[in-house]
Design a binder for this molecule. Structure first.
Ligand SMILES: *Cc1c(COP(=O)(O)O)cnc(C)c1O
Length: 232
């Protein structure tokens, strides 16, 4: 746990400095601790150190792990990975926010389930900014239309955009990816679509979160820098 304490302090400090370089308040940036491959006692330790946001990328893993955890009041659970439509029911029980709305059929499935449960699920639209074949996400030029379409569905509350940048040795290389996501967010916000509040930008991981914060990220998703390298 000593490591975790130090790692968390370091990540917080790096977020703070990146925010300050950009003239932003560090409070605008939420650190989502990505706990895939991390055992329950270690996740519990993170929660006890004041980490309020936990991110998992698989429903199966969350189903196994979350019941072993005591989430303090105000803790939020984020689904950050690709979500299959047949896992939507479980996802809505397990998570407070879905970062990976990437296709109409998923939006429809989420809407149907959320409506049946009488809840509204906060979602982010995942954007494949770099157009990588291996990544999920809506194409940048489709984002505005996609948001308009999804905004019509009851039970969904669109709160922003999410992206995964391509891996790069030098994070400066992916700065344009983050900048583009912010511009897309601004463009959607300007369209002033009813029920859409574009206040979240989920971008930045261990390798590139400082650049993402400089470009306006409000949620960095950090695994390795907190928990070390894990086998996926
Ligand atoms: C694993 C994962 C992360 C965290 O990656 P690290 O490089 O370990 O910080 C962030 N976002 C998503 C979608 C992930 O799957």
């Amino acid at each position: 746990m000593e490591n975790l304490t130090d790692n968390l302090a370091r990540v917080r400090e790096r977020v703070r400095r990146a925010a300050e370089r950009a003239g932003r308040s560090p409070e605008e940036v939420t650190i989502v601790a990505v706990t895939k491959g991390v055992d329950a006692p270690t996740v519990q330790a993170a929660l006890e150190l004041g980490v309020a946001d936990i991110g998992e990328n698989r429903v199966q893993e969350a189903r196994a792990k979350f019941p072993e955890l005591v989430f303090p009041p105000g803790a939020r659970r984020h689904m950050i990975g690709h979500l299959q439509s047949n896992k939507v029911r479980h996802a809505l029980q397990l998570f407070d926010m879905i970062h990976s709305l990437d296709r109409p059929s998923l939006g429809e499935a989420l809407s149907r389930r959320a409506t049946a449960l009488g809840v509204e699920v906060p979602v982010l639209v995942q954007v494949n900014v770099a157009g990588e074949a291996t990544k999920h996400g809506v194409a940048p030029e489709r984002v505005l239309d996609f948001v308009r379409e999804m905004a019509k569905l009851p039970g969904l509350r669109i709160e922003g955009l999410m992206t995964m940048a391509p891996f790069a040795e030098d994070p400066e290389t992916v700065r344009p990816v983050f900048r583009r996501l912010r511009e897309l967010r601004d463009q959607v916000a300007e369209a002033d679509i009813q029920g859409v509040h574009m206040h979240c930008l989920s971008m930045g991981m261990t390798n590139d979160f400082e650049v993402a914060v400089e470009e306006g990220s409000t949620m960095v998703r950090i695994g390795t820098a907190l928990f070390g390298k894990r086998t996926p």
